[in-house]
Unconditional design. Structure first.
Length: 481
């Protein structure tokens, strides 16, 4: 979304894997054909570069003269952090040629190259045109990144790369068994974003129960401010706060059942309670007028201007909206409001996970080079550079020492500390992209929040979509281990 935005989705991808679908027509029903074609194994393929000699300075055995091609998603995180890491690669391998490019058209740019068997060596697979990870993994189009994870870290030869990563990053890159197909570089905090200054002006604290949420929204409405807005054109942003709320109310097992496409998973009482709570925002007029017609930038701009108090989003929003967020806004993020004291998990339960998915294609000419570029990016220096420039954490477990944290980033770190072990990570957005974005998001939640479906109707419709996906033998299915 990272990038979802850029997920930033972002992603998942800003960012990450849920990133924007400005090209919704591209990834709608016909899009699955495109995605499948993208992962087909046609073409004669390209010749693999001969691997280099493994040494202490070159633990992955990179061919020091081989060309390395890196294609980045050009989104909310920008290009500079990646370009800086490329300079380090070029310094380490001065005889190598590096081709770096950035595009928002990941699928349409790279689909023909996957078909022809000559993909780049490293790809940031994010954005509205993100290639379907489940399809890529299911059709054996990605290289296993275990050699990277087991290599010495860039900073400390006595510590493996995997031992420098935040909890859950390695597991997120796994789909079935031990191979790791994806390295999520950004670490995204999803939740409810707001201006602390605005809350203070209302004389309220962030609401912990839904009754309190409705009271805060009522106060805001009296002051001429809507309680909520969201990316109405891309309503798969709503789950950034709704999914962890469902987990808080009903427990992790409810989210796991949903991810596993289990029968009647969406009919759980926790889902019903949370859908009805969000629908109440619509019924009481607490949603900013016109929100269903707004895209992510328009909704974020309205929110930054004080037209709405709360917005569900990922931590890329601070960088993406930097040009419209006032200096005295005092940006903050919170874990979602719950229902009441009967919730299964405590207040502070939040969704945080890897975003900005990087992949090394199985048919890359220089896969060692692609992995080495990632090893560089996972160093402390590159991590700090990313965090300082784009106001987001990375998969590297640290990288904030000595950096003056921006308000949103500081709030995100505090939210993670409050959550402790109560961090949830729904997987629909990377296991079943089309189901999450177009069906649950646009056709289900989007319609409900616009008042065109009741919660009961939305649940029935979404459960039907999930059942269809579960029965679809053309897609690979995944389950929590």
């Amino acid at each position: 979304m990272g990038s979802t935005s850029n997920h930033g989705a972002e992603g998942v991808g800003r960012r990450d894997l849920i990133k924007r679908s400005a090209a919704l027509g591209l990834v709608a029903a016909p899009g699955m054909g495109l995605l499948s074609a993208c992962a087909s194994s046609g073409g004669g393929g390209q010749k693999k570069d001969k691997a280099g000699k493994k040494t202490a300075k070159n633990p992955l055995g990179v061919n020091e003269t081989a060309k390395m091609e890196f294609v980045l998603f050009d989104g909310g995180f920008g290009k500079e952090y990646a370009q800086d890491a490329v300079k380090i690669y070029q310094k380490d391998f001065p005889k190598a040629t590096v081709k770096f490019s950035a595009t928002q058209k990941i699928q349409s740019t790279l689909q023909p190259r996957f078909n022809q068997g000559n993909p780049p060596d490293l790809i940031d697979n994010s954005g509205a045109e993100q290639m379907d990870m489940g399809v890529l993994v299911g059709k054996n189009q990605l290289a296993d990144l275990t050699p990277l994870l087991d290599a010495p870290s860039y900073d400390d030869p006595n510590k493996k790369v995997r031992d420098t990563l935040r909890p859950g990053i390695v597991e997120m890159g796994q789909f079935d068994g031990n191979p790791v197909w994806i390295m999520y570089y950004a670490y995204t905090v999803y939740g409810v974003w707001y201006s602390q200054k605005a809350l203070d002006s209302l004389g309220v604290e962030y609401p912990k129960t839904w009754d309190e949420m409705l009271q805060v929204c009522a106060k805001a409405k009296k002051k001429g401010m809507a309680g909520w807005t969201y990316a109405g054109k891309y309503p798969y942003y709503i789950p950034f706060s709704l999914y962890p709320m469902i987990g808080k109310v009903g427990g992790r097992e409810v989210l796991d059942a949903i991810d596993n496409l289990e029968p009647n998973a969406w009919k759980h009482p926790a889902v019903k309670a949370c859908f009805e709570a969000y629908y109440e925002l619509y019924k009481k007029g607490y949603i900013l007028k016109g929100t269903p017609g707004l895209d992510h930038i328009q909704s974020q701009t309205a929110w930054a201007k004080g037209e709405a108090l709360f917005i569900p989003n990922g931590s890329w929003v601070e960088n993406e909206s930097a040009n419209v967020i006032p200096k005295d806004f005092d940006l903050a993020v919170s874990a979602p409001t719950g229902i009441d004291a009967s919730d299964k998990m405590p207040f502070g339960t939040i969704w945080a996970s890897g975003g900005e998915p990087f992949i090394v294609p199985a048919k890359a000419a220089n896969p060692e080079g692609g992995m080495e570029q990632l090893r560089i990016m996972l160093s402390e220096a590159s991590s700090k550079n990313f965090t300082a420039k784009v106001k987001s954490l990375t998969a590297y477990n640290g990288g904030t020492t000595g950096i003056t944290l921006t308000p949103g980033l500081k709030s995100g770190v505090a939210a993670l500390q409050l959550a402790g072990s109560n961090v949830v990570n729904p997987r629909l957005q990377d296991w079943y992209v089309q189901l999450q974005k177009e069906k649950i998001g646009v056709a289900g939640l989007g319609e409900m929040m616009a008042g065109r479906l009741t919660p009961a109707e939305a649940i029935k419709k979404i459960q039907g979509f999930a059942d269809e996906a579960a029965k679809d033998t053309s897609i690979k299915h995944y389950k929590h281990q």
